[in-house]
Design a binder for this molecule. Sequence first.
Ligand SMILES: [Ca+2]
Ligand SMILES: [Ca+2]
Ligand SMILES: [Ca+2]
Length: 174
Amino acid sequence: MRKLLLASMLAGLSVASQAIIFEFESNNTAGTANLITRGASPWADVGQLSLNPAGDNDYFMFTLFAGETLTAITTPMQTQFFDPDTMMHLLDPGLVEVAFNDDANSLGSAIRYTALTSGTYYLGITGFNDRNFVGNHTEFGDYVLTMSIVPEPATMIALGAGAAALVARRRRRA
Ligand SMILES: [Ca+2]
Ligand SMILES: [Ca+2]
Ligand SMILES: [Ca+2]
């Protein structure tokens, strides 16, 4: 039991946080998206951003490899969980919308998507009810964006097995 716990702790340590997510206005279209430089998966990062002024919307671009699963969550911070009321979508390398969400356990948004092809993906965040993501809304204020990218299950399991082997080696040495 203790070994399992240690293994899962080591697997947790292997998540590489590359950098805090920043935004640079104007990032209001996929064409002007802010680049997020990701590390090898599993990878996770977080940043505090804002819809400012009211009617702002934000785009971020990053690479996904086929089989990787992206999870992206916005948490409203102006009034925690409620304001700004965000909407979020994900565009594939052909700029086709492949995921969309308005509310997930709060007025914030959440997307989980497994990439079918490798390439540049675009994450767009706007205010309710700007379904076309062009800034046609009155939402305002800070939100937190949380992102994680995990490899396909076989790779993730192999990483876990690697961590377990590491624990076993350390125990033998002790
Ligand atoms: Ca912004
Ligand atoms: Ca913006
Ligand atoms: Ca919402």
